[in-house]
Design a protein around this ligand. Structure first.
Ligand code: SAM
Length: 281
C-alpha cells in the first residue's frame, strides 16, 4: 500500500470533517504505517480485533480485510455517521459510540478466544487506557498501539536507563514489549507536534512475578520512583515499617538499601514488596 491508496484525506474532504484537538485527532495518511500496524499485530481470520478511536476508518478498513471481526469504539459523535456510511455494510464490523475508558470490554469479548487490540490511540488518554486494559484482566492476546514516542520508550525501558520507571514496571508486569516502528509527524493529518511509535504488548499468560500483595507492590514501585535522585531507603521510609523492619525486608530480599529505584528489575521489586508484606503481617 502506498500513500495514494489511503483514503483519509478524501474522506475528510468528502464529509467536511473538522478535527478536534481535544479528542487527540491525528489521522493516519501513510499506507506503510497502516501496513506496519496490521502486520505488527499479526491479525488473522481467527481474531476479534477491538479498535479504539477509528477516526474515519482508515485503519479499520485494513483490519477488516484480515480479521474475523472488528469492533471499533469511537467517542466523537461527528464520526459515527461517517463510519456507518463507509463501513456499516460490512457484516464483520460493529461500531460502539462510547468513551473507551467506560466500555465494558468483557461484554465485547464474550466467548472469543483470540482477541487483539489494535489502535492509533488518542495521545491525551494513552496511559489511562493502557492501565485499564492491562489491570482489569481482560482476555487480550496483544495490544498493538501507536503512541507518543516518549511514552513507548518508557514502556519498553530496561533498568538503569532514564526512561525506566513506574510505567515500565506496570506494563512489563503484565506483558512482553516490542517496538514495531517509529512514525514521523508527516504520516498524519493534522501533524502532531511529537514523534510516534508503534509498540506491541504481548500479554503474558501469568504476570511476570508472583506477588503477595499487588497493591503494595505498586505502592513500593511508585514510592521508589517518586524520589528518583534518592536511594530506595529514602523513598520507602513512608511505606509503614519501622527502620529496623525495613532494613530486615531489604536484607531478606537481598537488596542493598543504598541502591536507587531505577536499578531494580521487576523481579527485585517483587522480592522487596513481598518481604515488606511478610513483615507487615
Ligand atoms: N484510527 C484513526 C487513524 O489512525 O487515522 C484515528 C486515530 S486518532 C489518533 C484518535 C481517535 O480516537 C479519534 O478518532 C478520536 O475521536 C478517538 N477518541 C478520542 N478519545 C476517545 C475515547 N476516550 N474513546 C474512544 N475514542 C476516542
Amino acid at each position: 500500500m502506498d500513500i495514494k491508496d489511503v483514503k483519509t484525506q478524501e474522506l475528510v474532504k468528502k464529509y467536511n470533517f473538522k478535527f478536534s484537538k481535544s479528542l487527540g485527532q491525528n489521522f493516519l495518511t501513510d499506507g506503510s504505517v497502516l501496513d506496519s500496524i496490521v502486520d505488527g499485530a499479526e491479525v488473522c481470520d481467527e481474531d476479534l480485533v477491538i479498535e479504539i478511536g477509528p477516526g474515519v476508518g482508515t485503519l479499520t478498513a485494513q483490519l477488516l480485510k484480515k480479521a474475523k471481526r472488528v469492533v471499533a469504539i469511537e467517542l466523537d459523535e461527528e464520526l459515527i455517521p461517517i463510519l456507518t456510511e463507509e463501513l456499516g455494510d460490512n457484516p464483520n464490523f460493529q461500531l460502539i459510540h462510547k468513551d473507551a475508558l467506560k466500555v465494558d470490554f468483557n461484554e465485547i469479548i464474550g466467548e472469543e478466544k483470540s482477541v487483539k487490540l489494535v489502535a492509533n490511540l488518542p495521545y491525551y488518554v494513552t496511559t489511562p487506557i493502557i492501565a485499564r486494559l492491562l489491570s482489569e484482566g481482560y482476555n487480550f492476546k496483544s495490544l498493538t498501539i501507536m503512541i507518543q514516542k516518549e511514552v513507548a520508550e518508557r514502556i519498553d525501558a530496561e533498568p538503569n536507563c532514564k526512561e525506566y520507571g513506574a510505567l515500565s514496571i506496570m506494563v512489563q508486569y503484565y506483558c512482553n514489549t516490542k517496538i514495531v516502528r517509529r512514525v514521523p509527524p508527516e504520516s498524519f493529518i493534522p501533524r502532531p507536534k511529537v514523534d510516534s511509535i508503534v509498540i506491541r504488548l504481548d500479554r503474558l499468560e501469568n504476570p511476570r512475578v508472583d506477588l503477595l500483595n499487588k497493591k503494595l507492590f505498586f505502592e513500593v514501585v511508585r514510592s521508589s520512583f517518586n524520589m528518583r535522585r534518592k536511594t530506595l531507603w529514602n523513598g520507602l521510609k513512608g511505606i509503614g515499617l519501622s527502620k529496623e523492619n525495613l532494613e530486615m525486608a531489604f536484607n531478606n530480599a537481598n537488596i542493598d538499601m543504598k541502591r536507587r529505584g531505577e536499578t531494580l528489575s521487576v523481579e527485585e521489586f517483587a522480592a522487596l514488596a513481598n518481604e515488606i508484606e511478610k513483615i507487615k503481617n
